[in-house]
Structure formats: C-alpha cells, structure tokens
Write a protein that binds this ligand. Sequence first.
Ligand code: XLS
Ligand code: NI
Ligand code: NI
Length: 441
Amino acid sequence: MPEFMPDIQPIRYEGPDTKNPLAFKYYNPRDKVLGKTMADHLRFAVAYWHTFKGTGSDPFGPGTILRDYNNSSDPMVVAEQTLRFAFEFFTKLGVNFWCFHDRDIAPEATPAEGGLAETNRRLDQIVKLAGKLQKDTGVKLLWGTANLFSNRRYMAGAATNPSPVVFAYAAAQVKKALEITKELGGAGYVFWGGREGYDTLLNTDMGRELDHLAAFLHMAVDYKKAIGFKGQFYIEPKPKEPTKHQYDSDAAACHAFLQKYDLVEHLKLNIEAHHATLAGHTFHHELAYCAANGILGSVDANRGDELLGWDTDQFPTNLYDTILAMYIITKAGGFTTGGFNFDAKVRRQSVDVVDLFHAHIGAMDAFARGLKIAARLIKDKPLDKFVAARYKGWDSAFGKQIEEGKIGFVELEQYTMKNGEPAVQSGRQEMLENILNDYIR
Ligand code: XLS
Ligand code: NI
Ligand code: NI
C-alpha cells in the first residue's frame, strides 16, 4: 500500500526543549504518572468527522481543504482511501483510539440507489476494512455513533421528531450503528442529541418529545443487551446548535432526564469542553458536576473562542483548562471506558496535512502537561488541604449530626440561640489562584 504522507515520520517524544514542531514536548506515552502510563491516563482519540471529512467550509463559503484521498468520482473508493489515510494518520501520530459517525466512514445511499439496505451494505464493506486496519495497527475504537442530524429527514429531530416514521428510521439507523460499533470492539457508544430540541415552542410538544427520547434510549439499552454489546453508553450535553434549544443542554439537565426516565444506570456523560462554555458553564464545572454524581464517562476535547459565540470546535491549547480537567478526572479515578476524543477541527486556512499533525500534537501536549501539573497538585495537596480545612466544621460532632440527619430545624435553632453569630472565614481565592499559577512550570 503506498503511503499518503511519505514526508511525515512517526511523531516522537523529544522533550520540552526541542524546537522540532513535529515532536511531542510533554506527551511521552510510556512515561508513568501516579503509577499509570500517560497513554493509559489520556486515551487520546481522533475524531473522524473533523479530521478526515472536514473541508473548512463555513456559512460564507465552501471548503478550502483539498485532500488526495478525495480524488475519485466513486464515493466508495473515496471512503476506502479516506480510511487508509486515517489509519496512517493514527499510526504516525501515535494515538491509540478513533471515533466515528456511521455516515463519516461510508456514504449514505439515496432511495434511488437502494436506501437503507444499500447504505448498510456499504457500511459493512467499510467496517470490514476498518476491522482489518484496526488489527494491523492496534488502533482501537473509543466510541461509535450515528449521524441523526445531517439528512433532511431529521430536520425536526430523530427520536424527538413529530413523526413516528422518522423515529423508526432513526431506530433502524442506531440499530445498525450499535452492531458495527460492537463488531469493531468499541469501548463505548455516544448519543448526542443532534437535532433533539426545538426551534420554536409554538410548534412543539416538549413533554411528548422528551418521553419519546427516553423511549428511544430504552430501546437502545434493550438492543445493546440483546446483541451482547458491552461498551459504555454516553449522552453528550450541548445547549444549542443546531437547534435553538437542545434538550440535553448541560450535565445537570442530562442527569435530571436520565434519573426521571430510569436511565441513569445505563448512560454516563460525554462532556465536551466548548459545549460547557456554550451552556454558560466552564469545562471544569461540567466535569466536576459529573464527578460529584458518579456519571463522568468520557470527554470531547476542544475549545471555543471567547469572542465568537458559536461552536468553533478549535483544538484545546489552554493550560488552565487541561490542568483543571486532569485534576478532576484523575481524582475521580481516571477514565475506564472513556478517553479524550479531539472533537476539533483545523481552521479554514490550515489547508495542509501537516496542519492536522500540529493541531493534534499541540492538544496532546497540552493535556500531557496538564496531567503532569495535576499530578503534582494531587501529590502535594495544596488545594485539597485548603478545602478540607474549609469544611472541617462538618467533621465535628455537631456537623456530623447534621450530615447524618440526626437533628433538624428545632435543634439547629437551639444551637444558634446558644452560640450566636457565626464567625466568617476568608475563601482565599486570590491565594489559591496564585498557588495554581505557581504549579505551572
Ligand atoms: C456536535 C457534537 C458531535 C458529537 C458526536 O457538536 O459535538 O460532534 O460529539 O455526534
Ligand atoms: Ni460539538
Ligand atoms: Ni462532540
């Protein structure tokens, strides 16, 4: 098989002092941090859609990015060439995982070409090749998913569509996506509510749509059991885009939905950094919410732009974000089935293959550096010690009585009458921010 990128050598770790832009400065996969290799902590994955199917198009113009693997008029030849390019990219970059939507890897057939049956046949053909390439390279599938938002049939949603006929089509599509994810040994499967939301409430029965979304997820859980798929299910919060309001708007909204419909034992969350920001939260907040509630599953790593209000899907480079993410994730026990999927795309002017490498190398280094700094914070405990001291009143006999539900308002009133005005204590935010900065070395 001829190489697609003969000029690019496998990316190696060269350490922080290297001036080679095609080398890792911090990500050394075999390096051990807190008793685990960096590769095992970080479980990096490449997102097929942005990295291999992204063309740089925006609302003002078509794509700018031309790739050699797109050089055929036969879409199945393009699909095979894209897959081969992708596995060469994974191998040269040194990532162990990938993620895809069904429609990223194989082109959907029109009704005239044979509809769903032909679409599924095409998928099977590509999945067979993907299985072989996975075996040859050792690269694994972090998660699969279905694209339930691009085709015009899904313009009013998939599981939340006003028509049961569309609901059925979406179910058929997810059934197949689960089968191929299982076949490729996927560690997980993601449900992101593509167009599950509304553009206007004037035409929407919200309560009914939410019931339908839950019914759909229960059917997926049943089918997962039926075929013996062992991967973890995730739901991915996002507040808006493409709809004005998405039902799975943030971690807390997803958690409430999963609890209401008895789904919380079946799905964890896939937190995307910039979806958090779009929801008016920090990435740190969404991860911390999940950790506090035992629903942290996986991460879509990217960032937005503070001056642009839409989903820019840029590669993550902000060290505060990566340090705090690694701090929360590592303290919560680290990933089991999940990992960091770079749900990010290069900018419209970054038209060269080498730009894909720079983007991923920078993001991987940012998380590796974040991991090392977080590990030092975890070992030295400057923040943990402060937090423990701040809450120490709850460790007293009095605090314990409240936490254990042994006393109520009557006793608390008596206590307050006796003890009077509480002493206040500084939150020391500025000192803590300085401590955090001090660890960035
Ligand atoms: C879109 C989502 C999407 C999911 C997978 O904003 O992030 O890429 O991760 O469907
Ligand atoms: Ni996104
Ligand atoms: Ni995503």
